[in-house]
Design a protein around this ligand. Structure first.
Ligand SMILES: Nc1ncnc2c1ncn2[C@@H]1O[C@H](COP(=O)(O)OP(=O)(O)O)[C@@H](O)[C@H]1O
Ligand SMILES: [Mg+2]
Length: 232
């Protein structure tokens, strides 16, 4: 009898990444990988380079060295149409402050992302409604400007998930929340790999939160040189 041990390649592979602004390298030699249904957290103090790593993964910053591969494709070498596909369909991003349209309701905010990804309008409506309800929110009736920080961040999670991205990226998703809401939002973020099957890449300075993600790395800032990533 043969045993099949098929280990799927990680959806995201970061290898020896360096990010530099002008002459200054902020991170160097950063390597990690994350698979579908799995999570990776990067822990580091403010200014250590966490958001810079995410910017490189999203493709907003070109690596000074190293490679970032998504499903085997080098993010820095994607064609225009591959990049569009990547940004609209393959990744979903949750930022620290939600970055929502304040004058729209929850469902409208989520639908914007779905429609940008060319989802059929009825499907976008259905999926936005279902996701928001799954996250414990009413899809309509309140402008997001009148929502609590915890509710807004759950709208941001729904928006990140609406296109069923294979990679969910979260930059300090609980960083601006009071303790009361932090736990609720954390539960939903931590649930992403198991519940939706995506890979989760989260950066945070919250030790307790990072410890609950599959693999936890620590970005150690050097006094003068670039920060390095170590397994926490
Ligand atoms: N666009 C930029 N141009 C120049 N320096 C930057 C830029 N973005 C970030 N930095 C600097 O790089 C360092 C790391 O920043 P950042 O990645 O935002 O850290 P973190 O997210 O861990 O707080 C900081 O010293 C910051 O000031
Ligand atoms: Mg940051």
């Amino acid at each position: 009898m043969t045993t099949v041990t098929s280990e799927a390649a990680p959806i995201l592979e970061v290898c020896d990444l360096a990010v530099r602004y002008r002459r200054r390298r902020v991170v160097d030699g950063v390597s990690f990988a994350v698979g579908l249904g799995d999570g990776a957290a990067i822990l580091g103090r403010s200014g250590s380079g966490k958001s810079s790593i995410l910017s490189a993964v999203i493709g907003l910053v070109k690596p000074a060295a190293g490679t970032i591969r998504f499903d085997g494709h080098d993010v820095a070498r994607m064609s225009r149409s591959q990049r569009e596909q990547y940004l609209r369909h393959e990744i979903g991003v949750v930022f620290q402050h939600g970055e929502l349209f304040d004058d729209l309701e929850a469902r409208e905010n989520v639908m914007v992302a779905a429609l940008l990804a060319e989802m059929d309008r009825d499907d976008a409506y259905e999926r936005s409604t279902t996701l928001l309800r799954d996250l414990g929110l009413e899809p309509s009736g309140t402008l997001v400007r009148d929502m609590s920080g915890g509710e807004r961040q759950r709208v941001a999670i729904a928006r990140a998930l609406v296109t069923s991205p294979r990679l969910v990226i979260a930059d300090e998703p609980t960083g601006s929340l009071d303790a009361e809401f932090r736990d609720i939002v954390a539960e939903h973020i931590l649930d992403v790999p198991r519940r939706w099957g995506s890979a989760l890449l989260m950066v945070t300075h919250d030790e307790a939160l990072a410890a609950r993600v599959g693999t936890c790395y620590r970005l150690l800032a050097d006094q003068d040189g670039p920060a390095q990533l170590v397994t926490a």
